[in-house]
Design a protein around this ligand. Structure first.
Ligand code: GLY
Ligand code: MN
Ligand code: MN
Length: 367
């Protein structure tokens, strides 16, 4: 429950689940108000002045799930592995209600992304772009599903760039913003990259990556192995590097096989999305050697919600070994030097697997 600490949920067979929310009498702090929302009809709701677990009268068998340091004095099996895994599995296929919440989280976030783009094009600092995002989404920083990533120019090349410059850039060459909204507990996770005025070559790359991203989103359908979407991304990145003239005289196959594409696209194509940004149960098996950071290794099924987030970055620590190695001669250094100041590109949408294909919640929200 957002904002409530020391909450307990007691699930009993044949009865409504009991949700106990800690609400102390406290003249230093305000008590949280619980907004009237339809899910409350499914729970027996109780406010408690105590942080302790609710009474467990008549309970003969108990499993208790939570932070082990807080559970020490309580009876019952603590975080039993099989139960936790089964509970995680129930979160893999989203209900119509959950999908409606995720769609709303996308709609709200898109208003922020548009405001952020406008602020960037007007020459704003990262700090001011963040304020524009917060204002348009009416979301406090503390309520966001994750710390918004807002990188201008070369900062766009740090995958999870975490600072906001307060000074406006002398030249606004590029913006990468990865930011979401939490709605009734459900997260959106959206990235957009904007080229500054006069950045024709970078803008063409952004457009190329967006075309690839559209194709990858279209791959989302029941029966598709998510790993195949990841691998298809590397082929697409190779084609893009070649058509942009960044890598020359090397086949797309060799670029992928020799790890050249990994230097430009080092992360996975995405993950499950839900009440956690990186939602649970995505990795029943360890990732293969060619995709060490991939967070989702399952065959897609209706009701799953995933992100599709290809990227193409100019990251010095990854490019230096490439440039000094046997494939360095294939890299167009003057073009790389020009683009390095733009940092990188990521484009990320939230996509639902439907019975017959997919539904892109982010593009719907953008329209
Ligand atoms: N915002 C973090 C991610 O895209 O996974
Ligand atoms: Mn993501
Ligand atoms: Mn993201």
């Amino acid at each position: 429950m957002a904002g409530f600490e020391h909450a307990w949920l007691l699930i009993r067979k044949g009865q409504k689940p009991l949700l106990s929310l800690y609400q102390p009498v406290d003249f230093w702090h305000a008590s949280l108000e619980l907004a009237q929302e339809p899910w409350q009809g499914e729970f027996e709701l109780r406010f408690s002045e105590s942080r302790s677990a609710p009474e467990l009268n008549g309970v003969s068998q108990l499993a208790i799930i939570g932070d082990p340091s807080l559970l020490a004095d309580l009876p019952g099996d603590e975080n039993p592995g099989a139960l936790c895994a089964a509970l995680d599995e129930t979160r893999v296929h989203k209900t119509a209600y959950e999908i409606a919440c995720l769609a709303r989280a996308n709609k709200l976030a898109m208003a922020g992304h548009h405001a952020a783009r406008d602020a960037f094009l007007a020459g704003a600092s990262e700090f001011a772009i963040n304020l524009a995002y917060q204002h348009a989404t009416q979301q406090r920083e503390v309520d966001a599903p994750y710390h918004s990533i807002i990188g201008v120019n070369d900062h766009a090349g740090t995958l999870h760039y975490q600072y906001y410059d307060t000074a406006a850039p002398t030249k606004s060459r590029s913006l990468l913003i990865d930011a979401g909204v939490r709605y009734r507990g459900y997260c959106s996770d959206i990235t957009r990259t904007i080229a500054g005025v006069g950045e024709g070559r970078f803008a063409a790359l952004v457009q190329g990556l967006e075309q690839l991203q559209f194709r990858l989103c279209k791959m989302v359908a029941p029966g598709v192995d998510y790993l195949d979407i990841h691998r298809k991304t590397h082929q697409g990145i190779a084609a893009l590097l070649s058509s942009a003239g960044l890598v020359n005289d090397l086949s797309d196959e060799d670029m992928v096989a020799e790890g050249v594409t990994r230097a430009f696209f080092p992360h996975g194509i995405g993950h499950f999305l839900g009440v956690q940004v990186h939602d649970v149960a995505g990795k029943p098996v360890p990732p293969p050697a060619d995709a060490p950071f991939l967070r989702l290794l399952r065959t897609l099924e209706p009701g799953m919600v995933v992100t599709i987030e290809p990227g193409l970055y100019f990251i010095p620590s990854l490019l230096e070994p490439l440039l000094s190695g046997p494939f360095g001669r294939h890299i167009n250094r003057p073009l790389l030097d020009e683009l390095q100041g733009c940092g990188g590109i990521r484009i990320e949408d939230n996509v639902v697997v439907t019975d017959s294909g997919s539904r892109n919640l982010t593009r719907e929200a953008e329209a």
